[in-house]
Design a protein around this ligand. Structure first.
Ligand SMILES: Cc1cc2nc3c(=O)[nH]c(=O)nc-3n(C[C@H](O)[C@H](O)[C@H](O)COP(=O)(O)OP(=O)(O)OC[C@H]3O[C@@H](n4cnc5c(N)ncnc54)[C@H](O)[C@@H]3O)c2cc1C
Length: 451
């Protein structure tokens, strides 16, 4: 009985809650039969054991901002919401690490560590609402991944509950550890299918003392990509290089009234540099030269911190602006080797024409991770069918470009039918054997990753 594990106050079965916990940022899914809000690891373990014994599907939920339906049941069962796990347990200024519970909001940890001169770089655009457990489970990235890497690089150790109810501790507080298989990194990006993360030890770095952001406007995407190539050839690795296409710029302008680029702009780059003041000044100068060298229409350095924030807010609001169009936004975070971004945009143009679709693309140019958004009229069945066809072709072409169908959002159930485009039958079979070793009864997040 669940009520012998957690107080009745922390169990929800009313229709409003079931509906609320039956959806994430993907906007599709099936409601659970029950929602449980455990308060500590022992309770999580007891709930997992019960679900394992009764063979009831169990789905872990963090901030619910995932784009692939990861936190949403596919066949009812129990949603285990981690929302009571919100404490920052430790910020260790000597060993440069933090120990947190999984539902600390990403930006809250960033602010807390920055107050003591430290830095937690992973910065998904959802950072004000996504939780660190969800970030670990999805291996979240963000603009700064180009210079600093994704969430994976910062996870030193975990406390996790297996679907059978056993509690395991992986890794340690040391920055080096090669004892046995790396279970910590196996759990990073496992999308809540292998274990329930109840505590995370994260590596921190010193906060860069200075930073600056710059916007560059180009006639087309090709010119913007040329600027990125020129930068990298000069061995400049800024903290972030974000590429935004004309369709996305139009949405930000029309929906939010934010005028970052003139209507004639074909593409925009938002570049951020951080480090020492002298290093930032030098890097920004090289960025300006690279942008002007490929014929940028305009290059604007943020005059102060407020303007820098305005640039970034507009970037983070692109998703919202695209949603505000009222169209269904089918978002795919495909990734290609950086040098092949122009070919990816060629594919996007072909898809626009062949399938008569509106497509907005923006994302992390530094690491080739471009968010391709198919913008579809929900009421138009024919357009939806064309979009489904186009997404399959997009994935096939991305893999042919030596890329991947997901750089950071994971597979969930939304992309599960497509993993065979990228993974071999041998890889899928091996992954299923790993899954069975953790979860012999297949109760944890069924219907995810595997078709
Ligand atoms: C506007 C917007 C912008 C976004 N921008 C980015 C971006 O720039 N980069 C990026 O990477 N992503 C981005 N995302 C996607 C999303 O925010 C990330 O995937 C994020 O890491 C999900 O965290 P969450 O806490 O919301 O997880 P949820 O959505 O709650 O869950 C995601 C997955 O993690 C599992 N999970 C959650 N908590 C745990 C736990 N404690 N133990 C085990 N499994 C767990 C769930 O079962 C599920 O499979 C964006 C989303 C939105 C809505």
């Amino acid at each position: 009985m669940l009520t012998s594990i957690v107080d009745a106050d922390h169990i929800r079965a009313d229709p409003t809650s079931l509906e609320r916990y039956g959806v994430d940022a993907l906007g599709e899914g099936r409601p659970p039969d029950l929602v449980v809000l455990p308060g500590n690891t022992q309770e999580v373990a007891a709930i997992a054991r019960l679900c394992h014994e009764q063979r009831v599907p169990l789905v872990v939920r963090g901030g619910g901002t995932g784009y692939t339906g990861g936190a949403v049941p596919t066949r009812g069962g129990v949603v285990l919401s981690m929302e009571r796990f919100t404490r920052i347990l430790e910020i260790d200024r000597t060993n440069l690490l933090a120990v947190v519970e999984p539902n600390v909001i990403t930006a809250d940890l960033q602010r807390a560590v920055e107050r003591v001169g430290l830095f937690y770089p992973p910065d998904p655009a959802s950072l004000e609402s996504s939780a660190l457990g969800g970030n670990v489970a999805e291996c979240a990235g963000g603009p700064r991944a180009f210079k600093y890497g994704t969430t994976r690089r910062y996870v030193l150790g975990l406390e996790a509950v297996l679907p059978t109810g056993e509690i395991v501790e992986t890794g340690s507080k040391a920055v080096k550890n090669v004892v046995g298989y790396d279970l910590t990194q196996l759990l990073v990006g496992s999308e809540g299918t292998l274990a329930i993360i109840t505590r995370i030890t994260l590596r921190l770095i010193p906060k860069p003392p200075a930073r600056a952001a710059l916007l560059a406007i180009f006639v087309d995407v090709q010119a913007a990509v040329d600027a990125v190539t020129a930068l990298i050839e000069r061995r400049v690795v800024p903290a972030a290089i974000e590429l935004i296409d004309a369709e996305s710029l139009r949405a930000v302008r029309d929906q939010l009234g934010e005028e970052l680029a003139p209507p004639t702009a074909g593409a925009m780059l938002l570049v951020e540099s951080d480090g020492t003041q002298a290093g930032v000044d030098e890097e920004i100068e090289l960025v300006k030269q690279a942008c002007r060298g490929v014929g940028a229409m305009r290059v604007t350095l943020a005059a102060d911190e407020a303007e820098r924030e305005r640039f970034w807010n507009a970037r983070r609001l692109i998703s919202l602006a695209l949603r505000a169009t009222g169209l269904l936004k089918i978002n795919h975070d495909v990734v290609v080797p950086r040098g092949r971004i122009p070919e990816l945009f060629g594919v996007i143009d072909e898809l626009r024409e062949q399938y008569r679709l509106k497509i907005a693309a923006f994302g992390h140019a530094g690491d080739g991770n471009i968010h391709v958004n198919l913008m579809v009229d929900r009421e138009n069945a024919d357009e939806r069918a064309r979009a489904r066809e186009a997404e399959r072709v997009l994935f096939e072409r991305v893999v042919a470009l030596e890329g991947s169908i997901s750089g950071e959002h994971g597979i969930g159930f939304a992309k599960a039918p497509y993993i065979g485009i990228e993974l071999s039958p041998q890889e899928i079979a091996l992954m299923k054997r790993v899954k069975a070793a953790f979860d012999p009864n297949g109760i944890l997040n069924p219907g995810k990753i595997f078709p």
